[in-house]
Each structure stands twice: as C-alpha cells, then as structure tokens.
Design a protein around this ligand. Structure first.
Ligand code: TRP
Length: 428
C-alpha cells in the first residue's frame, strides 16, 4: 500500500487522463500498458530487490554493488528532494482549497491571485510539509498506517465522484475523449509521452522503491508486489479520467491538465452541480491523500539517506530535511508572484526544478542504473534475491534481458526526448 501510495499521486490525477485524451485514447493506453510491462515492472523489481538485498538507502545500496555506483543513488536522492520541494507547494494549494470549501463552501475566489500572493502560498507550503514531516517523524509504522487508511479511502472517494460525473447530462462526450481509440492523434510524441509517464507515475529511478524495498520482509513476493503496484497505479489513473472528464465536457469546459485543471476548471464544475461543495471537499480530500502519500515517500528517501549514509539520527534527520526542503521550496512557492519575473534558461523557478528532476536527474539515474546493475555487476544476484522466500521466478531470463538491453535503450530514448524538450524551451 505504501509503495502504491508513493506511485499514485498528482501524475495520475492531472496528467495521465489528459495525455490519454490528447494522444488517441485507447491507442495511447495500449502503448502505455506495453511500456508498463516491459519497462515499468522490470525496473521497479530491480529497485525493490536491490533495496531488500542491501537493506540500505539508495546511495549505500548502489555503493554496495560498486563503489562508483553511489552516484546512481545520489541522482535519485537529489531528485526526490527537489521534487518534494515543489510537490509540497502544490500540496499547500490543495490544503488551501480544502480549507476554503470547508469554511465558505466555495473555492478561493481567484486562483491566480492566491498563488501569486507574497505570503499565503508559503504558509500553506509550510503546513503541507509539516504534515508530511510529522508522519515521517513517527516512522515507518506511521507511513504504513497512513497509507493503509488513505489509499482505500482514496479509492472509495473516486468511485463516488465517478458515479456523480458519469450521470451528468452530456457526460458521454468526456468518456469518448479519453477512451475512444483515435489513430490520427497518435504519433511519435505520444510514444515518448507514454514512456516518460511510466517513469514518473511509477516513481522510478528516484530511490523510492529501493527505500521501501529495504523495509520489506524476506517472505514477500517481489514480482507480485510490483505487478500490484503498477496495476493499482494504472487503475487509479484510468478512474481519475473517468471521474474528471465527463464532468468537464458536460459543462462545455476545455479539457486540460496540471494545476489549471484541478484548481481552475474543476471548481467551475463544482459550482454548477447540486451539492457541489460536498463533492468538491471529497475531491480535494482525495487529491490530498494522493499527494501526501507521495510526499511522505519523497521525504522518506532523503531521510533514509540521512540515517544510513550521513549517520544522522532518524528523528533529527527528518526534522533537518523537512526544514531544508521547506527553504528550498520557498522560491518555487513564490514563482507565480513575487518571483514571477525570474527565469532560469527561460523556465520559471517552479518549472526549472521540475525540468531538472524529470529531464535530467531521472534519465541519468536510469542510464547509470542499467549500466551498473546490468554490466558492472551480475543481475543474477537480484534473481536470487527475488527467489529468496522460496518463490520461483520463471521469467528470470527475460528480466535479465530487459535489464541489460531493452531497458537501457528505452531509458536512452527518454533521456533524448528530455534533452530535446529542454532545447526547445531554451531556444525560446
Ligand atoms: N508518481 C507520482 C505521481 O504520479 C509523482 C512522483 C514522481 C513521485 N516521482 C516520485 C512520488 C517519487 C513519490 C516519489 O504523481
């Protein structure tokens, strides 16, 4: 549940449904599922088994297999830290919306005025990180308990919202947008978008699954766990589309993605339906659960690094890293207002941090991971780890083939598209 909670996040709710709609519906889904099978699950299994075998944080874990490989873990921990710094800015907005619906029964009057204010977004960013830090501070038991409650609740809330959405007049249009296959909307960009989304959505190459794997019991069935996480992640992403787009189309609004969809478009839907504030509260609670369980995972990666590699105590490490992350996130929180004019290589501060993690750290982590695990070390070691609990693994040969050949090629493709994206932005 905790690993699923880490994977299921904003990416599932505000990115996947739109990607699917824009890239040919079921055609996109087919390619996405293909990549989940040949890339997502194998890479997740690498990380989970490596974590359990070494019982270390990502940096140490890679250090155990080759002294130079520590760099792979460093990429991962750095990515997790940076993602958390902006993820919690958005988490703060979600809390603001919950507070607003709970007290005034409506969304904050003006979304852009709210996010461009000089102080308020920073306070909410702080509060969100505070919640995350407290859960991590309590420890692994706390993370597990929170995930076991929040994930089923998220599922139930999603079902309620779907039931409301698909019964609105004109909802069929939205379902057609996301599901009906459309070959003409599908091209090479769609393929690379599917590939990138597999990495992002399953939280791969950021040390998450290594960290959580290092807490996993020896009897757990690793292939089965990874398939369940990938399956749940995909199901929730599909449900999110079914919950959101029928309602958006029913009111003749533009389908979109990202913050604009959640904080701009959807509140307009909620204000038009009967019982809107109640559904809005449920919806933002759901988004909050998804975001918090991902944020905990991100913080936990850096904390495990602090405990294992830096030898800080767990509690002290958690507080220090939570605080640091708050400070590093402040410019992102302000990048829609006070720091609105500041750009780095044509990116706003907020987007710059996202670009570094998604387009640079993640692919670098992926490529170096395949190199060290597949070629400088023997992947057979991981097969032994998977089979440790007396679990026969019939696809071991295929998995090793993936690790050595298929995955690196695909990861290089992600890397290449990432650099190309940066190039297009920097060129202006
Ligand atoms: N997978 C998360 C989502 O779908 C986002 C994410 C990317 C993430 N990398 C992560 C979450 C690492 C936790 C840890 O929104």
């Amino acid at each position: 549940m905790a690993t699923a909670g880490a994977a299921i996040g904003l990416g599932n709710l505000w990115k996947f449904p739109y990607l699917m709609g824009r890239n040919g519906g079921a055609s996109f889904l087919a390619v996405y599922l293909f990549f989940i099978c040949i890339l997502g699950v194998p890479v997740m299994m690498i990380e989970m088994s490596l974590g359990r075998k070494t019982r270390h944080d990502p940096v140490q874990a890679y250090g155990d297999i080759h002294p130079h490989a520590r760099i792979v873990g460093v990429f991962g921990v750095a990515a997790a830290f940076l993602i958390l710094s902006y993820y919690s800015v958005i988490g703060g907005w979600i809390m603001k919306y919950i507070a607003s619906y709970a007290t005034t029964f409506s969304a904050p009057e003006d979304f852009s005025a709210f996010i461009s204010a000089p102080v308020e977004p920073v306070i909410w960013h702080f509060l969100f990180l505070l919640v995350t830090t407290i859960i991590c501070y309590i420890g692994i038991g706390g993370i597990e308990r929170v995930s076991k409650i929040m994930m089923p609740l998220l599922f139930v809330l999603l079902v309620v919202i779907i039931a409301r959405g698909v019964t609105l007049p004109g909802a069929g249009e939205g379902l057609r947008f996301i599901f009906v296959p459309n070959g003409s909307a599908f091209n090479m960009t769609s393929v690379s978008a599917a590939l990138g989304q597999v990495f992002y959505s399953l939280s791969l190459c950021m040390g998450i699954t290594i960290t959580y794997g290092s807490y996993l019991g020896d009897k757990e069935n690793i292939p089965r766990s990874c398939v369940s996480v990938a399956g749940l992640d995909t199901i929730i992403a599909l449900m999110a589309g079914t919950a959101i787009f029928p309602a958006v189309f029913s009111f003749g609004l533009e389908p979109g993605q990202g913050p604009g969809l959640i904080f701009g478009t959807l509140p307009r839907v909620f204000s038009s339906i009967a019982g809107g504030p109640v559904f809005a509260l449920m919806f933002f609670a759901l988004v909050f659960f998804a975001a918090v369980t991902s944020a905990i995972a991100l913080l936990e990666v850096t904390v495990s690094f602090a405990v294992d590699s830096l030898k800080l105590g767990r509690k002290r490490g958690t507080v220090i890293l939570g605080t640091l992350c708050f400070l590093v996130g402040v410019p992102s929180a302000l990048s829609f207002g006070v720091l609105g004019d500041v750009t780095i290589l044509n990116y706003s501060v907020f987007d710059f941090v996202g670009m570094i993690t998604d387009n640079i750290l993640l692919p670098l982590g992926g490529v170096t991971m395949c190199y060290y695990i597949g070629w400088k070390w023997n992947p057979q070691n991981l097969v032994e780890e998977v089979e440790k609990g007396g679990i026969p693994f019939k696809l071991a040969k295929l998995w090793i083939f993936c690790i050595r050949f298929l995955t690196p090629v695909l990861v290089l493709a992600v890397t290449f598209t990432g650099f190309y994206n940066i190039y297009t932005v920097v060129r202006g």
